[in-house]
Design a protein around this ligand. Structure first.
Ligand SMILES: [Zn+2]
Length: 271
């Protein structure tokens, strides 16, 4: 599933291909997505020039002359740009004409979303309102993170994966950051000492930045219809390694269910 670093890598790859292009027609294959703007709604974009490709949490936000398009990649969504008028690909859901090609979206599992609103309505959009700070910006501070943890007796892993605390910390990155910070994922958030929370915040930022750095080399895959999506093969310390030896103490890593999610951790290094 694309997480924040994958979506940000996608944004960076698309930006130079989209900004400055004029939008033409919109076409849909008729395959249903989790949420999809109507053809009439998308027709509002015709003739407008793309000004920006932004990201909020895992939503890509394309703005064009006062209008905005929100794209969520769901579990298997891929955006890519093609020249000319290519035939529809398998699992392709929609395409948007550009001055020099097509922005195309394919999604075999159909959990993605395509939404349209005016740029003025963006800040109050129901999908965006209530989201917590972006982890890689100055808006996410130690103070804000410690305050959020002090308010909750839920497991620390659930709190860092809650988009109200901070956006974009998915299951993989939560498990890796908790291991790096030496914190048991089951521990009540309000019972983790502030110094350890500061360490955890630094580790969350570090794991996301490593993923972004390794994403640079996969950028070209967003430009072709047959390319694999830009998932990152960064070396993971715990995620997916249940039963294998901890890289620090060599004891086998444990797998538990926590808040409905699988969680791998070291029962001896994480307290
Ligand atoms: Zn260990």
């Amino acid at each position: 599933m694309p997480e924040l670093p994958e979506v940000e890598t996608c944004r960076r790859a698309l930006e130079p291909l989209l900004v400055g292009r004029q939008i033409g027609s919109y076409r849909s294959s008729g395959l249903a997505l989790r949420a999809q703007a109507s053809a009439g709604d998308m027709a509002e974009l015709g003739g407008r020039v793309i000004e920006q490709v932004a990201r909020r949490s895992k939503y890509l936000i394309i703005t064009a002359s006062g209008q905005a398009v929100l794209v969520h990649l769901g579990m298997t969504g891929q955006l890519f740009v093609s020249q000319g008028e290519p035939p529809w690909a398998r699992h392709e859901h929609w395409r948007l004409e550009l001055s020099d090609g097509w922005l195309r979206y394919r999604d075999p599992r159909r959990f993605g979303m395509l939404l349209r609103c005016s740029e003025a309505a963006l800040a109050a959009h129901p999908r965006l309102v209530g989201l917590g700070p972006e982890p890689l910006t100055e808006r996410w501070t130690d103070e804000a993170f410690i305050a959020a943890c002090k308010r909750s007796s839920r497991a620390i892993k659930a709190v860092i994966m809650d988009a109200k605390t901070v956006v974009g910390v998915g299951n993989i990155y939560a498990a890796e950051a908790l291991f790096a910070a030496g914190i048991d994922p089951r521990r009540s958030a309000d019972r983790v000492a502030p110094a350890r929370l500061r360490r955890l915040r630094r580790e969350i930022i570090a794991v996301l930045e490593r993923a972004l750095d390794s994403g640079g080399s996969t950028v070209r895959t967003f430009l072709s219809s047959d390319g694999a999506p830009g998932y990152f093969a960064q070396q993971l310390a715990v995620y997916g390694r249940q039963g294998e030896p901890c890289r620090t103490c060599e004891r086998p890593l444990r797998l538990i269910r926590l808040g409905g999610r699988s969680t791998v951790f070291c029962g001896s290094c994480q307290r």
